[in-house]
Design a protein around this ligand. Structure first.
Ligand SMILES: Cc1cc2nc3c(=O)[nH]c(=O)nc-3n(C[C@H](O)[C@H](O)[C@H](O)COP(=O)(O)OP(=O)(O)OC[C@H]3O[C@@H](n4cnc5c(N)ncnc54)[C@H](O)[C@@H]3O)c2cc1C
Length: 280
């Protein structure tokens, strides 16, 4: 355990006190990743700065043409929140695949992002909705495309003390499907995942945004497949071709969770299932 856990309830208090804390300080949200890092001896910070009850970080609200999701919103909130269900259906779809109910009640969306895991389910869902991340350092904000600062497993380009304040998602009509392959039916980390957000028009896809997890060092999009599908009449032959394109668009690796060849196959199976479901 760190020597000290310092808890804050507002950003104003946080920015005022932060310079007084030991330089090794680290933010603590739900602690579901941080506690594992600590258990494996990967965290040597002397102070954890508990942000989980900062009120500005715990809201979900409509802001003009976008919705804002605070970094400390718990994953379980995505299941029933009406704003999320209406404007960010990929997050609602993702919840049932996300760990166990007890983890979902503790883990936050900001922690899921800042931990920069290639298998992060919340990031997978937000990436398919073209989310932006809002960063805050002592009141100075940067708003960036979601995946632009995620560089690889546990590697994210945050400045010292820069806080993930939340995420912005455009209020746009979209439907979503979420797929995740695990070693077990539930409560597992993904071998590969696919999320598709789409707008359908008769028998074509007016728009399709596809994100993938666990097939690259970070969550990625599949732009070649997206472009191939856009505004095309969906036929069995077109689905077959799209599945080939997505397989060749990724470069997964073998690791303890799965093998590269299987990851390619399962991603194409997910796409086939998604298109089959959308046009059934
Ligand atoms: C048993 C178990 C099962 C799991 N299953 C899944 C799963 O199915 N899918 C999945 O995606 N993940 C899973 N996880 C991983 C984890 O639960 C998620 O990544 C979770 O969302 C992390 O959020 P947290 O609030 O617990 O983060 P924390 O552990 O508090 O923080 C994680 C990291 O992010 C930093 N951080 C946190 N918040 C901020 C912020 N606002 N700004 C800047 N930095 C910040 C912390 O300093 C730390 O480095 C699982 C974990 C466990 C232990």
């Amino acid at each position: 355990m760190p020597e000290l856990i310092e808890k804050y309830y507002s950003l104003k208090e946080l920015w005022k006190d932060l310079p007084k804390l030991d330089k090794s300080r680290k933010y603590l949200a739900g602690g579901t990743d941080l506690s594992i890092s600590m258990a494996y001896g990967e965290d040597d910070s002397k102070v954890w700065v508990d942000i989980s009850d900062i009120k500005e970080l715990s809201v979900i609200e409509e802001r003009g043409k976008e919705i804002f999701i605070g970094a400390c919103v718990k994953i379980s909130e995505f299941e029933k929140n009406p704003v999320i269900k209406k404007w960010a259906p990929a997050l609602t779809e993702s919840v049932k695949y996300y760990a166990s109910p007890s983890i979902r009640n503790t883990a936050t969306i900001g922690g899921n992002y800042a931990n920069a895991s290639p298998c992060a389910d919340g990031v997978l869902a937000m990436a398919a909705m073209d989310a932006k991340v809002v960063l805050n350092l002592k009141g100075r904000r940067r708003i960036l495309p979601l995946l632009s600062i995620v560089k690889g497993p546990k590697k994210i380009d945050l400045r010292k003390d820069e806080l993930v304040e939340g995420f912005l998602i455009a209020k746009k009509k979209r439907e979503a499907l979420f797929f995740k392959m695990m070693a077990r039916k539930r409560f597992g980390i993904s071998k590969a995942g696919l999320c598709i957000c789409y707008q359908k028009e008769k028998n074509a896809l007016k728009e399709a945004a596809i994100s993938l997890s666990s097939v690259a060092p970070s969550v990625i999009r599949a732009p070649k497949t997206e472009n191939f599908l856009k505004n095309r009449i969906i036929t069995p032959e077109l689905i077959r071709q799209a599945c080939e394109i997505i397989k060749n668009e990724i470069s997964p690796i073998d690791d303890i969770r799965s093998q590269a060849y299987y990851r390619r196959e399962i991603v194409s199976v997910f796409l086939e299932r998604a298109l089959g479901k959308i046009f059934s």
